[in-house]
Ligand binder design. Structure first.
Ligand code: PGA
Length: 258
């Protein structure tokens, strides 16, 4: 029997929004999502806005918090880094790991991504592992090989209990911030491939349970069609999550119909 996967919509603010913008944002967003209870929601503000968001949300289950990055180290002389313990201290539940902007602009390798996944899990933070191919890789027909390399690089050696905590986000690099969304069929094909990979590598139960989010130019207009593909379990939203009303519309688009 198929295990139902609850939809999950997360908003990655990237390097936008100050601490003083958090309260007006949340006021509108909470109002707009008031009646929605059957979608998991997370917002992922920059580090400097996390404390404020945490204070306002007060550990509520309804809107969870995520961080955009985290050190692979536990503590110590790592100037400028933020540890998993510091995030847990603010009631943060999720952490983005391996976002393509971190891989591309900050040189994060699969090996570093793996270390971050392990450190996050050890502190009971749930990693949202981002994977996805560039346009050149897709044009060269390598997208599946790239996904496989990123998945195996990040997940190798994890136990079943650890794998159960992981959320995966498929984010084709060519669709991020470009206004070019993958078609629902393209996204579904990649998600299906990721689920197949999990089935082979980690077993059918993990494959059936793991939520795989789509990210890349998701808007209120295209969300519904993407979100109801069989292997798409939610969305990781960048630009459109900066406006609380459009982000709330995307959350509403994830509400199951029946
Ligand atoms: P976008 O970003 O929605 O602005 O394309 C998605 C992401 O990078 O998570």
């Amino acid at each position: 029997m198929a295990i139902p996967r609850k939809k999950f919509v997360a908003g990655n603010w990237k390097m936008n929004m100050t601490s003083s913008e958090v309260s007006p944002y949340l006021e509108v967003f909470r109002l707009e999502t008031e009646g929605i209870n059957n979608v998991d929601i997370a917002i992922i503000p920059p580090f400097t806005a996390l404390a404020k968001a945490s204070e306002i949300l007060g550990g509520t289950q309804k809107i969870r918090l995520g961080a955009q990055n985290m050190s692979p180290e536990v503590k110590g002389a790592y100037t400028g880094e933020i540890s998993a313990t510091m995030l847990r201290d603010l009631f943060i539940r999720y952490v983005l790991v391996g976002h393509s902007e971190r891989r591309r602009l900050f040189g994060e390798t699969d090996e570093l991504v793996h270390r971050k996944v392990v450190t996050a899990l050890a502190s009971e933070l749930r990693p949202i592992l981002c994977v996805g191919e560039t346009l050149e890789e897709r044009q060269a027909g390598q997208e599946k090989a790239i996904l496989e390399a990123q998945l195996s690089g990040a997940l190798t050696g994890l136990t079943t209990d650890q794998l159960e905590e992981i959320v995966i986000a498929y984010e084709p690099v060519w669709a991020i911030g470009t206004g070019l969304t993958a078609t629902p069929a393209q996204a579904q094909e990649a998600h299906h491939f990721i689920r197949d990979y999990l089935a082979t590598d980690s077993g059918l139960e993990i494959a059936a349970k793991t939520r795989i989010l789509y990210g890349g130019s998701v808007t209120a207009d295209n969300a519904r069609e993407l979100l109801f593909q069989p292997d798409i379990d939610g969305a990781l939203v960048g630009g459109a999550s900066l406006d609380p009303r459009s982000f709330a519309e995307i959350v509403a688009a994830a509400v199951p119909t029946e």
